[in-house]
Design a protein around this ligand. Structure first.
Ligand code: ZN
Length: 406
């Protein structure tokens, strides 16, 4: 039993036209008109595959293929929203490979003991509404439904209102449900599989993540008459912090990554010494203990930088998720599928968050990675070859069939 590559490719092309950018990328923001058109097409395809379609209170969409016994389903899928000028592979590839796997079970009239359910999660990217992974977060009981409804986009539009506007505010309760397993195929979004010429990653889990915010308070003053010796420049201290953050992974070794991604400078004009700077620090490491050491190093770096420039500060470590290990049953099923197919693979950790991270809190979970060209994603250049996609989709099919009890 193998997936139908041509059918999968055609579905990718058709869904990829909804929200397509001039350069072949994708802009399909959550709960936009493009998102609605994409969802409508997916519903049509799910009905054609004889799935019973339901929508929950978060707009998460489900298409269930019955099993022979009344058992909890094997769920697979991903998200169909994108970032602005993103690519055609992040999210929708996992949805379409899961749909193709179900179509393939239909083609071969395979009966499984557990039902097999396709899921499309709402607002995974967090590009329009924050936080990210909001649909799976509510389903896992980690984000209150009312908080999710009250998330607002830049124009002040409420998530709950937008769900209703596009016709995908469902009635099914968005709560944890019994599941045999959750499986998600996704692009790697990093360079390792391509560098090692491997078409498949068996994902063992997601790295530990810590977010901090820092505000440095200097003394705002005129850039002309104020001599250097009496300045307290918040931006100069921030620059030291940025350099210091960059040095943390080098000093700790391993696979740690550290990023200052956001910098807000006040008043941010050419002729004033910056009086206040806020910045974000994103630290990630496969090892929780090393991440804790990194946070302590950050504390020291900030203290030293502020002391040197004579500025005060507030530093808050406000969000932390521990390393999320995936379930041995599901990781094992993916590995056995890769072996049965003769597909070379490696075990890998995800550096990015995914819906699977929340799903791991409520059921046995695993992921399959396919390579990203040059490791790039969230851009129009995002690309994965059809050969690699075929390997990944077949591994998804076989792993799901095993877990569902063929
Ligand atoms: Zn994604």
């Amino acid at each position: 039993m193998r997936i139908n590559r041509k059918r999968l490719e055609e579905s990718m092309e058709r869904l990829g036209r909804i929200g397509e950018t001039a350069n072949g990328g994708l802009t399909r923001l959550a709960l936009s008109n493009e998102d609605r058109r994409g969802r409508d097409l997916l519903v049509e395809w799910m009905r054609e595959a004889r799935l019973s379609v339901t929508v929950d209170q978060m707009g998460n969409m489900f298409g269930q293929r019955p099993g022979s016994a009344s058992l909890p389903p094997v769920m697979m899928g991903s998200h169909a929203d994108s970032v602005p000028t993103g690519g055609k592979y992040d999210g929708q590839l996992g949805v379409l490979c899961a749909l193709e796997a179900i179509r393939c079970l239909n083609d071969h009239a395979v009966t499984t003991r557990h039902p097999v359910t396709l899921v499309i999660f709402t607002n995974e990217e967090g590009a329009r509404f924050q936080p990210a992974m909001i649909g799976s977060g509510v389903m896992a009981g980690k984000i209150p439904l009312e908080d999710a409804y009250n998330a607002r986009d830049r124009d002040g539009l409420r998530l709950g209102d937008e769900l209703e506007r596009i016709g995908y505010l469902g009635s099914e309760p968005c709560v944890p449900r019994p599941l045999r397993a959750y499986l998600e195929l996704h692009i790697e979004q990093g360079p390792f599989l391509e560098e090692e010429h491997l078409p498949l990653g068996v994902v063992e889990g997601i790295v530990a993540i810590s977010w901090s915010r820092l505000t440095l308070h200097g003394v705002q003053d005129h850039a002309g008459p104020t001599p250097m010796r009496i300045r307290h420049d918040a931006l100069v201290a921030a620059a030291e912090v940025v350099r210091g953050v960059r040095s943390i992974p080098r000093r700790l070794g391993g696979d740690m990554v550290a990023t200052v991604g956001r910098l807000d400078v006040t008043p941010n004009i050419p002729n004033a010494i910056p009086g206040r700077v806020s910045l974000s620090v994103d630290l990630r490491d496969p090892d929780d203990a090393r991440l804790t050491r990194a946070i302590r190093m950050l504390d020291r770096i900030v203290k030293d930088a502020a002391g040197k420039e004579g500025v005060t500060y507030e530093l808050e470590h406000y969000w932390r998720v521990p390393r999320t290990p995936f379930h041995a049953d599901v990781v094992g099923a993916v590995e056995r599928a890769a072996k049965a197919l003769g597909t070379p693979y490696r075990r890998i950790l995800s550096g990015a968050g995914h819906d699977a991270q929340y799903m791991a809190a409520i059921c046995p979970t695993g992921m399959i990675f396919v390579p990203s060209r040059a490791g790039r994603s969230h851009c129009e250049e995002e690309f994965t070859s059809m050969d690699d996609i075929e390997h990944g989709a077949n591994a998804l099919l076989l792993a799901a069939a095993e877990l569902a009890g063929r």
